[in-house]
Design a protein around this ligand. Structure first.
Ligand code: NAD
Length: 246
């Protein structure tokens, strides 16, 4: 079977690494982007170079907009001939004390990080249920497992993804669909741009394996979990954090 995947937020970081990893693994790949249009073009060109015989599609869609997400899923299904896998990766973070968090901050994080996954799963599931096969992967965070100080809204949204993934795994298992959550630790992407060199050194030192993670490491886990052979893994939270959460 020629496999197809849709990855949300594929213009950079973990999402971009996932686009390239799935293309390398022989998938037809659609990815959404909202910001960083020129970065999305570069990811598209790199993926096409890696897999010239595969369909690679870049679709502009705000993860927080149900209509745009649903349109992107429909287009991916039509142009790639159905979706076997969905990776809900689009996300934003914010470092702020809880007492400074406004309604707007809270809603923005929830709408991109949690609602966005709900919209994408809801749009992609009917096709997967119809074909009795699917792999859904939600990119959460170790803060969704443990809670992060100064990242309360983000932690709540990422914990929400864990609940979403576990419940969906139970509901959709009988339809041949697995749902798993990947919870990265500190991964060296643009999301870390606000951290100083000193902060990064401290983070690396605090991590048992002594370094930050790479987007490619997370991408490889996503490809592994999306594989047909991973069908007995479902409802799990796969921590990938260098030992920060044990
Ligand atoms: P990043 O900022 O480099 O990339 C985020 C991606 O999401 C980008 O492609 C961006 O365009 C996209 N995005 C943001 N808002 C969007 C929106 N409204 N609609 C569509 N796309 C949108 O960050 P990253 O580190 O690659 O993060 C990817 C995922 O991994 C996020 O869900 C993040 O919360 C999670 N994560 C990252 C880390 C880390 O340390 N970098 C740790 C744990 C979890």
């Amino acid at each position: 079977m020629k496999q197809s995947v849709l990855i949300t937020g594929g213009s950079r970081g973990i999402g971009a690494a996932a686009v390239l990893a799935f293309a390398s693994a022989g998938y037809n790949v659609a990815f959404t982007w909202h910001h960083h249009g020129s970065a999305a073009e570069q990811v598209l060109a790199r993926a096409q170079k890696i897999a010239p015989d595969r369909l690679i599609l870049a679709l502009q869609a705000d993860a927080a907009d149900a209509g745009q997400v649903s349109t992107a899923v429909r287009r991916a299904e039509q142009e790639l001939g159905g979706l076997q896998a969905l990776v809900c990766n689009a996300g934003i973070a914010q470092q702020k004390l809880f007492t400074d968090t406004t309604d707007e901050d809270w809603r923005r994080i929830m709408s991109v990080d949690l609602d966005g996954a709900f919209y994408a799963c809801r749009a992609a599931l009917p096709g997967m249920i119809h074909r009795k096969y699917g792999r859904i992967l939600l990119v959460s965070s170790m803060w969704g497992q443990t809670g992060g100080s100064c990242e309360v809204a983000y932690s709540a949204a990422k914990a929400g993804l864990i609940g979403l993934g576990k419940a969906l795994a139970k509901e959709e298992g009988p339809s041949g669909i697995t749902v798993n959550v990947v919870a990265p630790g500190v991964i060296d992407t643009d999301m870390m741009a606000g951290f100083s060199a000193e902060d990064r050194a401290v983070l690396a030192e605090d991590t048992p394996v002594g370094r930050l993670g790479t987007p490619e490491e997370i991408a490889r886990t996503l490809v592994f979990l999306a594989d047909e052979a991973s069908g007995y893994i479902t409802g799990q939270v796969i921590g990938q954090n260098g030992g920060l959460v044990i």
